[in-house]
Design a protein around this ligand. Structure first.
Ligand code: HEC
Length: 132
């Protein structure tokens, strides 16, 4: 009976720890340096370029309107988010820049495919226009 008790406790503790790590993994922590980073590119700059870069690199997963419903969305692990929501738009430009630049898991890294920071800032500005 004692063994049963101990096993139950071990079981509960592992379950608690497991749930805890899942929560931590879900939250995408952005370093302060990026959270507070100022967007150096004015919202009105090269809007057409921002849009076409988004179409070329991001639309296949995130979808035309950013709803997370692109043709490749089904195959992705992880929450694609919905770029039209207030929750998404509440993030700072720097947070979006960090996530868009470095990715994680199925979200690709773009620092090599798009080595010019300005291109990624143009995409951030474009994502702002997807707010509803
Ligand atoms: C191959 C599919 C794929 C492509 C292409 C892709 N993404 Fe993602 N993206 C993901 C996945 C999957 C996640 C969720 C990652 C996670 O939470 O671990 C994600 C998450 C994000 C997030 C965070 C969403 C949130 O709610 O905070 C941003 C911002 C983002 N992507 C921007 C971009 C940008 C900008 C591009 C194009 C330059 C792009 N993505 C291209 C798959 C993709």
């Amino acid at each position: 009976m004692k063994t049963f008790k101990i096993l139950t406790i071990i079981g509960l503790v592992s379950f608690a720890l497991f749930s805890f790590t899942t929560v931590i993994q879900d939250e995408w922590i952005v370093p302060d340096k990026y959270v507070n980073m100022k967007n150096p590119v004015d919202a009105g700059t090269d809007k057409a370029i921002g849009k076409s870069l988004y179409s070329k690199h991001c639309k296949s997963c995130h979808g035309k309107e950013g709803y997370g419903d692109g043709p490749k969305a089904e195959e992705q692990n992880g929450d694609l988010g919905d770029f039209s929501t207030e929750e998404f738009q509440a993030q700072t430009d720097g947070e979006l820049f960090y996530k868009s630049s470095f990715g994680r898991d199925d979200m690709p890294e773009y620092t090599k495919k798009m080595p010019d920071d300005e291109d990624r800032w143009l995409i951030i500005n474009y994502m702002r226009t997807l707010a509803e």
